[in-house]
Design a protein around this ligand. Structure first.
Ligand code: GLC
Length: 492
């Protein structure tokens, strides 16, 4: 009887694994455009798991400071790139002060793209227009753009898109479609001049340009939707028309728009800097900063450690979520040294352990473990050991003894001793006293047959269960959260 249940489960699981986001693949649930017959345009995105987010614009010149005051701190979820709004700067003053200073002569698309590539990132999304309304690309819709308003006069979107195509990185743009403090006659203290109708025309022109002039546009990362679904749908439809394979971010719509009505959203974007609390069965992405700010900030030293970032990458994969990791380049056009350092370290880890991230599926069990979490690819589990347990790594919930377990970091892939207790479906792996990699040692666990979970298995989430990850308190809150939990590997 029990055996039959397992066979049935294996079949269900096999189906689940071939279509990672079963729910998102269903055109009736509203997360995929009704005009689509399949969602194969999502394949690369699901494989990718890890991308680079870039916040760069006029605000970068100020580095979070205006008239001697530091605005690059928490402003209700915003930061350095919100300067115009936070410091209440009139739009012409903002433009006249910052645009002439925007001359990032050290900008080198080749360097940015190769840095992302070496970090193991598979896609890149840059702010083509943020809330300050400034366009980093050539446009006929407004003269408030990099070609006409700044001494730099180089189309940043063009240079990056070409370089990404050259280096095989998917390229996409962030576009603030609703909030535009410069052009639109809405917004606190910074009333723009265009009526809604005129403004929508500007957006239309911008989108047509972005979708027509830069080759493949892999991601349209809209940000902060308004409540008007018709407006959002028209923009989504235009993307589909001009770039049918572009992956569209759910922020095309306001969070108030019910999920079922977000017709053109391909993936759910979690709120800023939020790690998923548990595994997500629909296509989901989280965007995360390396320090507090998105845009460049001179004084922000709330850097997350390389270990934090590696943990995010592993836990996001284990919870079925893409990680879009942000950099905020300098006004000179370079990445910040601390960013480069972290990206290098992540890249080195990825080179050894990438197979436990790319193309993996969320954990087969709906919980994680005191030592970390697992990802899955076909008949292999990858245990991401974030906290070493010299007494051994144990997990419950998977039926049957693995055929082999080994460290991904071991070039010889020597088998580790494994035991299996069928009564509780607990698998134990013997490990050396010291971690091979204190950031995340990955153990590959192979099975001969498709992986089967025990439907009665119990466990809970131990890692990053707080809703929002902010500032430097990340590790402390994570630790504190886990310390209050029972240490038992097999859950309650
Ligand atoms: C928010 C902020 C914005 C930032 C974005 C990143 O929507 O308004 O400043 O660009 O999140 O996800």
């Amino acid at each position: 009887m029990k055996k039959n249940k397992f066979i049935l489960l294996a079949v269900v699981q096999a189906c689940l694994l071939s279509v990672p986001a079963v729910v998102a693949a269903d055109p009736d649930n509203g997360t995929t455009s009704p005009s689509r017959t399949d969602d194969s345009h999502m394949d690369w995105w699901r494989e990718a798991r890890f991308g680079m987010f870039i916040h760069w614009g006029l605000y970068s010149v100020q580095g979070g400071e205006w008239k001697g005051k530091d605005y690059g701190k928490e402003q209700g979820g915003a930061s350095a790139e919100w300067l115009m709004n936070s410091a209440n700067i009139p739009k012409e003053e903002y433009r006249n002060t910052l645009a002439p200073k925007f001359n990032p002569t050290e900008f080198d698309a080749e360097k940015w793209v190769s840095t992302a590539k070496q970090a193991g990132m598979k896609y890149m999304v840059i702010t083509s227009k943020h809330h300050d309304g400034f366009c980093l690309f050539e446009t006929k819709a407004t003269d408030y753009n990099v070609m006409e308003a700044t001494p730099f006069q180089r189309d940043i979107i063009k240079e990056l898109s070409q370089e990404c195509a050259k280096q095989g990185i998917k390229f996409g743009v962030y576009y603030s479609q609703f909030k535009d403090w410069y052009h639109r006659s809405r917004g606190r203290g910074n009333a723009g001049t265009l009526s809604t109708e005129e403004y929508l025309k500007l957006v239309e022109t911008n989108l047509d340009e972005l979708l027509s002039n830069y080759g493949e546009m892999a991601v349209l990362w809209f940000d902060v939707g308004g409540n008007d679904v018709i407006e959002a749908n028209a923009q989504g439809a235009r993307v589909r028309e001009l770039q049918p394979n572009a992956v569209i971010c759910s922020r095309l719509y306001s969070r108030r728009v019910p999920v079922g009505q977000r017709t053109y959203a391909d993936f759910e974007s979690l709120p800023d800097r939020m790690l998923p609390k548990k595994r997500m069965t629909e296509d989901t992405e989280t965007c995360m900063t390396m320090r507090h700010n998105w845009g460049y900030d001179r004084t922000d030293d709330a850097w997350k450690s390389p270990k934090d970032i590696i943990e995010f990458t592993a836990l996001c994969a284990a919870r079925g979520v893409n990680l879009l990791l942000n950099v905020g380049p300098t006004p000179e056009g370079t990445l910040v040294p601390e960013e480069i350092e972290r990206l290098k370290e992540v890249g080195q880890w990825m080179e050894v352990n990438g197979e436990s991230i790319y193309g993996t599926h969320y954990s087969p069990v709906d919980y994680d473990f005191w030592w970390g979490a697992m990802t899955q690819k076909d008949k292999t589990l990858y245990l991401h050991v974030l906290e070493w347990k010299p007494e051994g790594i144990e997990f419950n919930g998977i039926v049957g003894k693995p055929s082999k377990a080994y460290f991904l970091a071991d070039p010889k892939r020597e088998a580790l001793p494994v035991s299996y207790d069928a009564s509780g479906n607990v698998t134990s792996i013997e490990v050396p006293a010291k971690a091979l990699d204190t950031r995340d040692t990955v153990i590959a666990v192979e099975y001969d047959a498709p992986i089967v979970t025990d439907p009665d298995a119990k466990g809970k989430y131990h890692w990053y269960t707080n809703r929002r990850m902010r500032h430097t308190d990340i590790r402390e809150s994570n630790r504190a959260g886990r310390q209050s939990l029972p240490q038992a590997v097999t859950g309650e």
